[in-house]
Design a protein around this ligand. Structure first.
Ligand SMILES: [Zn+2]
Ligand SMILES: [Zn+2]
Length: 386
């Protein structure tokens, strides 16, 4: 998006323009993804709207609940039960009519094509689980997009910027304790246990302070001509007693998350209109495999009575209660999963959407060479403006 010069130099942004080095036009054209529209996400979106960052996409799969109202400046009582992403987008556009915002009601890991993330200048992670942060970290590193991780607790908070392809990433600094914590929700089969994550005790002031640091770091990155020349740095805040420290983070040479897909090929067809076979043919791959990027639970089979049930869902989204067989009442069912598809597969001519691949996903095709292909073409955000 670009604004008429009069909008940028007129009264709305005139105080910003007094700041040495400030570039309102750069902010007006910036594309920022906010992942998570909870307490922290609300504050981040509010600040991005106020400063005039032009193009925001908000991803969240939750709905507004009564307990959110103490920490979410963009939500009202009448919004309860509605999509957080959609309500936050609507209210942000009330704050700033210059602001274009696209809500995506989706799960980060399984519903958001990486092509959407690839089109961004920076990503702000306003998440409350280690698992989601690990997912976002891997996606940003693969796509070469800088991201900022915000985290809030009762008496502490952090805002950490990770640059696009160099330096430390979120996974580099993950302790064994944090790995154990993120594995707790999953049983040995990979199926999701029924225990929900504990709610984080925190308040609006802590979300607000932390979001302030996150957006300030984002503004510095957007004003910078380089997205790779910095070290990752973490701002760590404590509130009782009050304190602050800034740490430079060192990369872990053994970190598994430093892969970068620098060359992406575009395929114009959507997930509904593509199959593994059609993708392979389009790119001249004769004997290759398509990596799904996750374990797809295709069916569940009872070892005792032999009955099968078709599932077709990412394994991670399936409940561990699926092991109970409704036919013989034993806990004897096992999951049949796949993570790649080749010509001999029964799914070779099945649509990618049936295989749980979202539009704009970037898929790895392995033949004589490895290709990375974005389906559905380039993501063109529909700009909603007053
Ligand atoms: Zn790393
Ligand atoms: Zn059975």
């Amino acid at each position: 998006m670009s604004f008429p010069q009069s909008d940028l130099t007129g009264t709305r942004y005139s105080r910003h323009n007094l700041i040495p080095g400030w570039n309102q036009q750069r902010l007006a054209s910036a594309k920022v993804l906010v992942v998570g529209a909870g307490a922290l996400g609300n504050e981040v979106i509010k600040l991005l709207a106020l400063v005039g960052v032009g193009n925001i996409t908000i991803v969240d799969f939750d709905k507004v609940e009564l307990t959110n109202l103490t920490r979410s400046v963009l939500f009202r009582e009448e919004d309860i039960g509605q999509s957080k992403a959609e309500v936050a987008a609507h209210r942000a556009m009330e704050i700033n009519p210059d602001f274009s915002v696209i809500p995506i009601h989706a799960d980060l890991e399984f519903d958001l094509g990486m092509g959407i993330l690839r089109s961004m200048d920076i990503v702000l992670g306003c998440l409350d689980s280690i698992r989601c942060r690990l997912t976002l970290n891997r996606m940003c590193r693969l796509m070469g997009i800088p991201w900022i991780n915000g985290g809030i607790e009762m008496n502490a908070a952090e805002s950490t910027i990770f640059h696009a392809v160099n330096g430390a990433c979120y996974e580099c600094g993950l302790s064994q304790e944090m790995w154990n914590q993120q594995n707790l929700r999953h049983s040995c089969s990979g199926l999701r246990t029924v225990t929900p994550e504990d709610p984080v005790p925190t308040t609006a002031p802590i979300a607000s302070i932390t979001a302030g640091y996150m957006v300030q770091q984002a503004l510095a990155s957007l004003h910078s001509s380089s997205t790779t020349a910095f070290d990752a740095s973490k701002i760590y805040l404590t509130f009782d007693p009050p304190g602050m420290s800034v740490q430079m983070l060192n990369p872990n040479p053994n970190c598994m998350a430093h892969e970068n897909w620098s060359e992406i090929k575009l395929h114009p067809f959507s997930a509904t209109n593509s199959t593994p076979g059609s993708l392979m043919r389009a790119f001249g791959i004769e004997k290759g495999v398509l990596e799904l990027g996750f374990d797809l639970l295709t069916e569940i089979r009872c070892l005792k009575c032999g009955k099968d049930e078709k599932i077709m869902q990412p394994n991670e989204l399936c409940s561990s209660t699926l092991i109970y067989c409704p036919h013989c009442s034993s806990a004897s069912r096992i999951a049949i999963t796949i993570h790649q598809i080749e010509a001999a597969s029964e799914f070779f001519e099945t649509s990618l959407s049936f295989l749980c691949i979202p539009d704009y996903q970037i898929l790895e095709l392995i033949g004589d060479n490895t290709l990375h292909v974005q389906i559905t073409g380039e993501w063109q955000p529909v700009v909603e403006r007053k």
